[in-house]
Design a binder for this molecule. Structure first.
Ligand SMILES: Cc1cc2nc3c(=O)[nH]c(=O)nc-3n(C[C@H](O)[C@H](O)[C@H](O)COP(=O)(O)O)c2cc1C
Length: 280
């Protein structure tokens, strides 16, 4: 839908709504079903070189499985975002380079997962993080996205500045808005004093226009997506709703978001990204 189309990391997408890495995005059949039923980007489940049987949340068939699917989807003009995991820096670089050669448009480094945090420990120091992302950046042509852990020992600004300096275009952040948030969709005004509302909001603010944020977590409706956009998201990732509802969830959320944009007189998502304010 025209109103919900955006550019992410320089890549034109027909919708700001996409699947989150993992749910409905590991097996060939489910990926092609998603691709057929929604005209936005496809995000692959995180993969490593050889595949994993455990932990459950990183169970995958290995990078060649995803590279093959990426080549097929790319041939049909479908924008693909591939997600990378690994137990060593070398493995992460190899997986990223393999997916890049297969034509994916955006390579997402899943640095949020416990498995990666316990093995590679990318956040052990800022120097370590810089070295890892810098190596990936140098090895691939695709835009780089980084999925950041919901909790870190660093201020968002320290991470955002590092990502910006390394030419990372996209931060995938938690959409961890407070449950009792009161927001007026017409004005974008949030009840209460100025504050940081979510990790998405924090990274949008410190990104200063140089970092695009994909909000993941709790996006189950067009309204959830609209609020994520108001608080800084350029795109949204849908996980649990896909598990509950199947592939149709993305189209439904996209339609609901489009209707809300129309109802509020907006011609494009671009008019609302990060425009929330506080009523004091
Ligand atoms: C079954 C399952 C598998 C997941 N696998 C991955 C994964 O491989 N890589 C990743 O970055 N996130 C993974 N996630 C996390 C999701 O991308 C997303 O961040 C999370 O589900 C929150 O969004 P939701 O509230 O819409 O479910 C997984 C989540 C679930 C439920």
């Amino acid at each position: 839908m025209e109103r919900t189309s955006i550019r992410l990391g320089g890549v034109a997408l027909n919708s700001s709504v996409m699947n989150a890495s993992g749910p409905h995005s590991a097996e060939r059949g489910e990926i092609f079903e998603l691709s057929a039923r929604h005209n936005g980007a496809i995000v692959f489940k995180s993969c490593n070189i050889a595949g994993l049987e455990a932990p459950e949340n990183l169970k995958n068939r290995g990078v060649e499985h995803f590279a093959g699917i990426a080549r097929e989807l790319g041939g049909r003009g479908k924008p693909v975002i591939a997600s990378v995991a690994g137990a060593t820096e070398d493995e992460i670089v190899t997986v990223a380079a393999t997916l890049d050669r297969a034509g994916v448009k955006i390579v997402e480094l899943n640095l949020a997962d416990d498995y990666v945090q316990k093995t590679v420990a990318p956040f052990a120091s800022l120097e370590r993080l810089k070295a890892l992302i810098g190596r990936v950046r140098g090895a691939i042509a695709a835009a780089v996205a980084v999925k950041v852990p919901p909790r870190m020992d660093y201020e968002p600004r320290a991470i955002a500045d590092l990502l910006k300096a390394l030419g990372v275009k996209i931060a995938v952040c938690a959409n961890d808005l407070p449950k009792d948030l009161e927001i007026d969709l017409t004005t974008g005004m949030v009840k209460g004093p100025a504050r940081t509302l979510s990790q998405t909001h924090a990274f949008f603010q410190v990104g200063e226009g140089l970092l695009e944020v994909v909000a993941v977590g709790g996006v189950n409706s067009g309204r959830d997506a609209y609020i994520a956009h108001l608080t800084g998201a350029r795109a949204v990732g849908v996980g649990s709703a896909l598990i509950k509802e199947g592939a149709g969830a993305l189209g439904r959320i996209d339609r609901e978001l489009d209707e809300l944009l129309a109802a509020h007189g907006k011609a494009s998502i671009n008019e609302i990204i990060g425009t929330s304010g506080f009523s004091g």
